[in-house]
Ligand binder design. Structure first.
Ligand SMILES: *Cc1c(COP(=O)(O)O)cnc(C)c1O
Length: 365
């Protein structure tokens, strides 16, 4: 249910904002998701009343009743996008309306209220404008924006979804997501666990998908790999996605990415790359790839590159694969040519050094 009401934000500026020197210290080495800016957004929802009490306020802890629904039944969802400082000095977001639309698709799946897309984008603009000095100037760095929504009704009953919710946005300066720059990752094919089954929440960006994934990610690390790759729930054969990123397989000048079957997350980076591939004169298909085809393609040399894509880490090459039946290397194990080309093209649009022919860039200030 989208409420048509016009929300106006109450602005409460922090009187404990970090000094420029403190901020510069953070921005010199921001890591990922470690430090947050001076402000945050909060909007409340009450069934029958709609969205209300929209505000920008000092960043700080929440006080919630221990019986609050989100703690017990995980009715929660989130988004992730970045604000980039372009070479012109402008600060922009990349396709924020696509995040707004996905936020609402996730909300529908989680029986949570939708937020008007304009309000979603306006909330990001207000936070970024207020904390604009937190948008890094270092090349490749950005301000990561994390909108999310939680069920706030107190009580342990499970026969009805929460009647109250809180939408928030927090922001964190970000360096590269995987430390060490563009280094190929090694992936572990999870046979013991699945991320999502048909009819489940695989296409929703909800915390519960991640809660169920940590054990497999830990197994990947125990097996000497960086990331887990999920296979389909029914046969454990078809590749779905990697941790929190979508996958692309490169066969010379043809690209293949797993189709959106409902069990994987419809990435905005994935969608953008399908368009960019066409721009570059490449064929990009959505389809199905088994782990046997993956292995065979690498053995024959037909499958030349594999990369993962997502907002946080942009594009990351996959160098090697390991599963219960052994492992193999992709190409020479290093970053592929097209992988790096796509990375440059996409970051070029985001940072304003390449023309934005698809109107993906949304100017904030
Ligand atoms: C967010 C996310 C992605 C990537 O989506 P983008 O919109 O490209 O950032 C991929 N997989 C999962 C599980 C995710 O949560």
């Amino acid at each position: 249910m989208t409420t048509a009401q016009q929300l106006s934000f109450d602005v409460q500026l922090s009187d404990a904002a970090r000094t420029p020197a403190e901020r510069e210290r953070v921005l010199a080495d921001p890591g990922f998701g470690q430090t947050f800016t001076d402000h945050m957004i909060s909007i409340d929802y009450t069934e029958g009343r709609g969205w209300h009490d929209a505000r920008l306020m000092p960043y700080g802890p929440l006080t919630l009743d221990p019986a609050t629904s989100v703690f017990h039944y995980a009715q929660e969802l989130f988004e992730g996008l970045k604000a980039y400082r372009q070479s012109s000095g402008s600060i922009v977001a990349f396709r924020p309306y696509a995040n707004a639309a996905r936020f609402n698709r996730s909300a529908a799946r989680m029986a949570m209220p939708e937020l008007p897309e304009e309000t979603f984008v306006e909330s990001l603009e207000l936070l970024v404008q207020t904390d604009r000095d937190w948008v890094p100037t270092t090349e490749g760095h950005s301000l990561y924006l994390r909108p999310f929504m939680i069920a706030t009704q107190s009580g342990l009953g499970v026969n009805y979804p929460s009647r109250t919710y809180k939408y928030m946005v927090i922001a964190s300066p970000a360096a590269a997501y995987f430390s060490g720059g563009v280094k190929p990752v090694s992936v572990w094919l999870s046979q013991d666990y699945t991320r999502a089954a048909p009819g489940g929440t695989g296409a929703a960006k909800c915390g519960g998908n991640y809660a169920a994934a940590f054990v497999a990610q830990r197994q990947a690390v125990e097996n000497g790999c960086d990331q887990v790759v999920w296979l389909d729930a029914a046969e454990h054969r078809y590749v779905e996605e990697m941790g929190g990123m979508n996958l692309f397989f490169v066969y010379g000048d043809r690209l293949l990415t797993p189709a959106l079957t409902g069990t994987l997350l419809p990435g905005i980076t994935r969608d953008s790359l399908l368009t960019l591939a066409a721009d570059l004169g490449l064929t990009a298909e959505e389809g199905r790839l088994s782990i046997d085809e993956w292995r065979a393609g690498c053995a024959s040399g037909e499958l030349t590159e594999v990369f993962a894509c997502g907002t946080a880490a942009v594009i990351t090459p996959v160098g090697s694969v390991k599963g219960v039946e052994g492992g193999w290397t992709i190409g020479d194990g290093g970053p592929g040519k097209l992988t790096m080309r796509f990375r440059e093209e996409l970051m070029g649009v985001q940072y304003g050094t390449r023309p934005d022919t698809h109107n993906w860039v949304h100017k904030i200030c």
